[in-house]
Design a protein around this ligand. Structure first.
Ligand code: PMP
Length: 426
């Protein structure tokens, strides 16, 4: 018998298929059909400027990436147990972006797998099992990384071997973020030692994306890393968000802090949409771990992944995307600061390159943050054809993260849309 029209629409089918795990953007979800550069086009023909982007980072469907991926797919795609020229060419190029001592790269298919492996390596290296994270961090979806992802927790508490400390915000720590944050790391280390777990690692997203985007001052993380090293733990830099040139200042977010990570995890923009991720690690840490259990990942480091990743690195280099992120990021922040001058509900504008956080408070008092206002603005921006996200403990921060190939006309389009959205959300 014929199904009702209601049950046949895409949203109903989605809800039936995904069940409780369906997560959609917007009160009125969008069906997307194509993308190019910084834009996506919906099924009804409306084009949207993508300022939420953190995967197709060099631009939607970049022709060079698509060609490299599809040509390799037409030639050969296998698991990584064979020798392949492109894989080693890719890994040599990727390694050149890291400090020399991070000599080994292990590829995975998701940031979650990368962080999961990083945690296990840290536990093996230190003999400890405790982890220090920030209070609204997200590090992935395996059992182990869900345990260290406070933002994934809907109810209940973090397990005993994980301590969450306040994010490195000026509101919490005042002007001396470095000392205040390091002090919290120190206190957490003492608690973990007291509980008998010891400190395996401090793991931090070096732009603190889900915490609300905390990038400055440059170098503030260094003190916290020194503290964790003194406590016998490692520092894992989670570069899934800030990596691959997004901050404009450096190719990796940790490099802005001039520090020495023991393990770096990466993902999202690495394949511009092709699922690839991985870790860079000191060889002695990896060999100790592999002595016990070894590591193999069927789909990672395949020829198609390698060709795709290599094309992404080539595009970042050839199109000067790091410099563009710095330049467009600066004009974006200037536009936002101008809006803050005329609308007191914007209480802070911060960020690095094309990773920007903007705090909103209905009464202009940062002590009264509002997730509701941010949610209203995000939905109003959608009506004005711009896609952005939210971050922060209360969802009080607009998360602004356009593709790295952004143009100045698109910066203007965004600022006009935000000005209009602010006017309509009173
Ligand atoms: N780390 C960070 C900082 C992330 O933002 C994410 C994904 N949002 C992950 C790890 C997990 O990556 P994936 O979704 O590829 O497993």
């Amino acid at each position: 018998f014929a199904q009702t029209k209601e049950g046949d629409d895409l949203l109903s089918r989605r809800t039936r298929n995904f069940g409780a795990a369906s997560v959609l953007f917007y009160r009125d979800p969008i069906e997307m059909v194509s993308g190019s550069g910084c834009w996506m086009t919906a099924a009804d023909g409306t084009s949207y400027l993508d300022f939420y982007n953190n995967v197709p980072s060099v631009g939607h469907c970049h022709p060079r990436v698509v060609t490299a991926m599809s040509e390799q797919a037409a030639k050969l795609n296998i698991n990584s147990r064979y020798l392949h020229q492109t894989t080693e060419e890719y890994l040599d190029r990727l390694k050149a972006t890291f400090p020399n001592y991070l000599e080994n790269i292990v590829l995975t298919c998701s940031g979650s797998e990368a962080n999961d492996l990083a945690l296990r390596i840290a536990q093996r290296a230190t003999g400890a099992s405790g982890f220090i994270v920030t209070e609204s961090a997200y590090h992935g979806n395996t059992a182990a990384v869900t345990d260290i992802s406070p933002s994934a927790l809907k109810r209940g508490q973090l397990p005993d071997h994980v301590i969450a400390i306040p994010a490195p915000s000026k509101l919490t720590y005042g002007d001396n973020i470095a000392a205040g944050f390091a002090d919290e790391v120190n206190k957490a280390a003492l608690v973990l030692q007291d509980r008998g777990y010891g400190v395996a690692a401090l793991i931090a997203d070096s732009i603190f994306s889900s915490d609300g985007v905390f990038s400055n001052p440059r170098g503030f993380l260094r003190l916290a890393v020194a503290v964790v090293h003194r406590a016998g733990g490692l520092f894992i830099a989670d570069e899934v968000q800030p990596g691959f040139a997004r901050t404009g200042d450096a190719f990796w977010g940790f490099a802005r802090h001039d520090l020495v990570p023991d393990i770096v995890s990466m993902g999202k923009p690495m394949g511009n949409g092709f699922p690839m991720a991985g870790i860079a690690v000191r060889p002695e840490l990896l060999s100790a771990f592999c002595d016990d259990v070894g590591y193999f990942n069927t789909f990672a480091a395949s020829p198609v992944a390698s060709a795709t990743g290599l094309a992404v690195l080539n595009v970042i280099r050839d199109e000067n995307l790091q410099a563009n992120a710095a330049l467009c990021g600066k004009s974006l922040r200037e536009g936002l600061l101008h809006l803050a001058d005329i609308d007191g509900r914007i209480t802070d504008v911060r960020g690095a390159g094309l990773f920007i956080g903007v705090d909103l408070a209905p009464d202009g008092d940062p002590a009264n943050p509002s997730g509701q206002l941010v949610s209203d603005i995000i939905n109003a921006m959608r009506q004005n054809r711009v896609l952005i996200g939210a971050a922060g403990k209360y969802g009080q921060t607009l998360k602004i993260r356009p593709p790295l190939c952004l143009k100045s006309s698109e910066v203007d389009f965004f600022i006009e849309a935000l000005a209009k959205s602010l006017r309509t959300c009173r």
